[in-house]
Ligand binder design. Structure first.
Ligand code: BMP
Length: 227
């Protein structure tokens, strides 16, 4: 249950070739792709359309981590909706009034799923964001978000979210591989999908690397079920 983050490094010369190779080698193994600012900056909305065309049957998540006023985020959603993305990610800390209320309405109108960041995988998340995790969970429910992002690097947060929210929300967990968490850990604590990027995309053989990661994920989940 992997979402592959397509974040091309600045050293990549031919973006189209890079996307083709990775997507062709992985699309039968991953649930979906997460496309964020690195790909948007490097290749524009055209690159998002390219991913959509090359992987028509995979989930496509635009990770722009929106954190703006509602009307402006809504304009971005209008543009994004022309690329065929299935879901977008926004921050929770911007709050409901004139922000997430409007964004969630616009996503509903454009038939795009909304995912909120509840906590992040880096250590700085503990400085401010993590103090509000339980409030963000309530906000997720209030706006009827489809999913949340929570860190594989601090799995107790995933467990807390799952216990509070039940099965009605998808949990996406980054932090696997380059950021230190072991594949399978997040799912073991209640996540639905693990987001993995550079561990696969910087490999000279992305498919082989992904197969190895999937094997570890399977073993860790099996072990977790038995304990
Ligand atoms: P990587 O496996 O290369 O570390 O990539 C993780 C991906 O997940 C990146 O696209 C990053 O933007 C995203 N991400 C994260 O690492 N931590 C978060 O808390 C939220 C994220 O979206």
């Amino acid at each position: 249950m992997i979402i592959l983050a397509l974040d091309p490094g600045a050293y990549i010369e031919d973006l189209d070739e890079w996307l083709s190779k990775i997507i062709d080698e992985t699309k039968d193994l991953v649930v979906g792709y997460k496309v964020g600012l690195p790909l948007l900056i490097a290749g524009g909305l055209e690159a998002y359309r390219t991913v959509r065309e090359k992987a028509p049957n995979n989930l496509l998540i635009a990770d722009l981590k929106f954190a703006d006023v509602g009307d402006i985020m809504s304009i971005s959603i209008d543009h994004l909706s022309k690329t065929g993305v299935d879901a977008v990610i926004a921050h929770s800390f911007i709050g409901y009034k004139d922000a997430l209320d409007k964004l969630s309405m616009k996503c509903f109108e454009r038939n795009i799923k909304l995912i909120l960041v509840i906590s992040m995988s880096h250590r700085g998340s503990e400085e401010y964001i993590d103090r509000h995790v339980n409030e963000f969970i309530e906000l997720t429910d209030k706006i009827g978000a489809w999913g949340v992002v929570a860190p594989a690097t601090r799995p107790e947060i995933i467990k807390n979210i799952r216990e509070r929210i039940g099965d009605r929300i998808k949990i996406f967990s980054p932090g696997i591989g380059f950021q230190g968490a072991e594949p399978g850990t997040a799912i073991c604590h209640g996540a639905d999908y693990e987001i993995i990027g550079r561990a696969v995309t910087t490999s000279s053989n992305p498919r082989e690397r992904l197969l190895e990661i999937l094997e570890v994920q399977r073993e860790v989940i099996e072990r977790c079920k038995r304990s």
